[in-house]
Write a protein of this length. Sequence first.
Length: 166
Amino acid sequence: MKKYKNKEFCKIIKPILDIEEFYKLKKISHHGITRYDHSLRVAYYTYLITKNLHLNYKEATVAALLHDFFTDEVESENGIFKLRRHPNHALENASRYFDLSDLQKDIIKTHMFPVTFTPPKYSESWIVDIIDDCASIYERSYSIKKQLSAAGTFLLLIVVNYIKYR
């Protein structure tokens, strides 16, 4: 959270971060990082973009932070089923803790469009959908880069030791 130094952003997300259930996301792997970190990244960029576009940035930021707010309800599901169903699980879970507006419900429910077939209704929903996609691509590529780097280092050590002890 230290890297998100914007005071207004931190004030907007604080009520969510105060929920103990939300901290469980820190233990769930998601695109090579944690679901907690992924959600913070999506919320932060949502905040920046929607605020600059003079949209409803406060509600959008909250919904962006809650877009993947589920723990183990769909962990047993794989592939396309998990992708299609998890927005509804996140919406149900978020609704247990917060009184969500129609805008926030739409953001959470449609953040996986077009995998889920219902398109977003609001500009803020489209923005979260796109930011989530971009963040996921970045996180996956960064994770792969780290894995390749580790593999490359391991191979380099093998070659160096081969040459050294030949």
